[in-house]
Design a protein around this ligand. Structure first.
Ligand SMILES: C[N+](C)(C)CCCC[C@H](N)C(=O)O
Ligand SMILES: O=C(O)CCC(=O)C(=O)O
Ligand SMILES: [Fe+2]
Length: 476
């Protein structure tokens, strides 16, 4: 059973899109609906009796047509036999609209609930209420402030345009009250869900030690960094790509480190202070303030919003050990996703708590942060933040007993990935070399050490780092 689903005209050709009910054609098939695109000569669509032979001929035409015009998905060979024995129902035919041939591949169609737009190889859908809400006309949107004027609550939820037309670049929608919205087609394409789903929010290169080392990412140079926007931009570009970046030749003082970071962002003050400068004196109730080794972790997982960036500058070390360990959490998370998607899912969906309880001399702090280990964008499963700190992980009381063991299995798999030696990047921080770490992505740790070791640094406000990157023209 097969119906003509849609048809449209392009130049001298008329195209029919057939909706084939595969379950009726082949009962063993699990799929119930299948779409096949067919191109034909203009007269073809008026033919009432389609026979398999004719259809196959039409399909080979379609394939050729698609290839020539490059704007339809070529029909795969596998689909061809499915359409034999179809019945065409005339009343199912709806008409596709299209922009002029020279304006390239853009086709649109008004459906029951949405506008369907085919542009640049992507088929997109825009709900009518969305289209009304996003109107960029002067009365609906203030282009000086980039803010919406329209009161969304006044939009009829079942609104539909009463009239639609297109020119080469735009689609014009007339609404029931007479208001006209003009959308630039490429604006729609750029702002579609389908486009967003396909692209990464944050383009990145996930790395293990080999990948990072062979990339030979250059460090920025202090003088240039402070005076030249291009150097800052290069630095931020590699920071966004790898989640770590270095500046060398920095005067080994807290003040210079502060000046440096303020070129990138606002400092995020926490209960550790604005700039911190610490040794192994146990002045605070945390293992960081000892000489002990620290396994890979993210910091401030016990904040509702963990600090976005951590800056380290080792001002002094007279002793042995104390190397810094860096591991790309996104690389390991990706391995879990590839190997055991259900473990990835558990780590991404199950919220847990992290906690910081400090009662040392004058410092009294109790922080609780709640969230999953892997924070992902639901539309594309892209990981954007990892909370991973086994020291600070709190009592688990947010997971029922039948899930908790599965959660531990998933957590173990992530840990196994994170601990693979090939994923570990070891660096010895020296006075003058400042390290920026994306604390939502790259874990840090350290080797135990002897002697006096002084580390200064700060946390940065993530929004401000990204803001600086965007102002320099980077995608962040
Ligand atoms: C960086 N600085 C020394 C100030 C604080 C260290 C905090 C360590 C804490 N366990 C955490 O992971 O958040
Ligand atoms: O001492 C170090 O190298 C790092 C310690 C640490 O994890 C931290 O301060 O967050
Ligand atoms: Fe840390």
């Amino acid at each position: 059973m097969c119906n003509v689903f849609d048809s449209y005209i392009f130049g001298s050709c008329q195209l029919a899109v057939l909706s084939v009910n595969v379950s009726k054609l082949n009962r063993r098939s699990k799929k119930s609906e299948f779409q096949v695109t067919v191109a034909s000569a203009a007269s073809y669509i008026n033919t009432t009796d389609w026979n398999p032979h004719e259809l196959r001929y039409t399909m080979s035409l379609a394939r050729m047509f698609c290839r020539l015009n490059g704007y339809l998905q070529p029909i795969s060979k596998a689909q061809a036999p499915l359409v034999s024995g179809f019945i065409r129902t005339q009343n199912e035919v709806r008409h596709w609209q299209h922009t002029a041939p020279q304006s390239t591949s853009c086709h649109w169609q008004l459906q029951e609930e949405c506008l369907e737009l085919s542009y640049g190889g992507l088929v997109m859908h825009f709900a009518y209420v969305w289209l009304r809400d996003h109107c960029r006309s002067a009365s609906c949107f203030n282009s000086k402030t980039n803010q919406r004027n329209l009161d969304t609550a006044n939009v009829e939820l079942n609104i539909r345009p009463t009239n639609t037309r297109v020119d080469d670049e735009n689609i014009f929608l007339t609404w029931p009250d007479g208001h006209v919205t003009r959308y630039n087609l490429s604006w729609l394409a750029q702002n579609s869900y389908e486009g967003q789903k396909q692209s990464a929010m944050q383009p990145r290169i996930i790395w293990n030690s080999d990948i990072y080392t062979s990339a030979k990412v250059p460090s920025a140079n202090w003088d240039k960094f402070m005076s030249c926007d291009d150097e800052l931009k290069k630095f931020l570009r590699s920071f966004l790509l790898y989640g770590i970046a270095f500046v060398e030749g920095v005067p080994p003082t807290v003040e210079a480190t502060e000046t440096l970071t303020q070129r990138v962002s606002l400092i995020r003050e926490t209960m550790y202070g604005k700039m911190w400068n610490f040794t192994s004196d146990f002045s605070r109730g945390d293992t960081a303030y000892t000489k002990l080794a620290l396994d890979r972790h993210t910091d401030t997982s016990y904040f509702q919003e963990p600090c976005g960036i951590q800056v380290f500058h080792c001002l002094r070390h007279e002793g042995t050990g104390g190397r810094t360990l860096l591991v790309d959490g996104f690389y390991s998370a990706d391995k879990v996703l590839q190997k055991t998607p259900e473990n990835f899912e558990l780590l991404a969906r199950v919220p847990i708590k992290h906690e910081y309880i400090e009662n040392v001399s004058d410092h009294h702090n109790h922080m609780i942060g709640i969230g999953p280990v892997l924070n992902v964008y639901p539309w594309n499963n892209e990981v954007y933040m990892i909370r991973y700190n086994n020291y600070d992980r709190a009592v688990i009381n947010t997971i029922p007993h039948d899930i908790v063991k599965r959660w531990y299995v998933a957590h173990r798999e992530l840990t196994t990935e994170l601990r693979k030696p090939e994923n570990e990047l070891w660096v010895k921080l020296k006075p003058g070399k400042v390290l920026f770490i994306d604390n939502w992505r790259v874990m840090h740790g350290r080797e135990s050490f002897t002697g006096l070791r002084q580390l200064c640094g700060c946390y940065l406000t993530r929004d401000d780092v990204l803001n600086t990157a965007r102002s320099l023209g980077l995608q962040a």
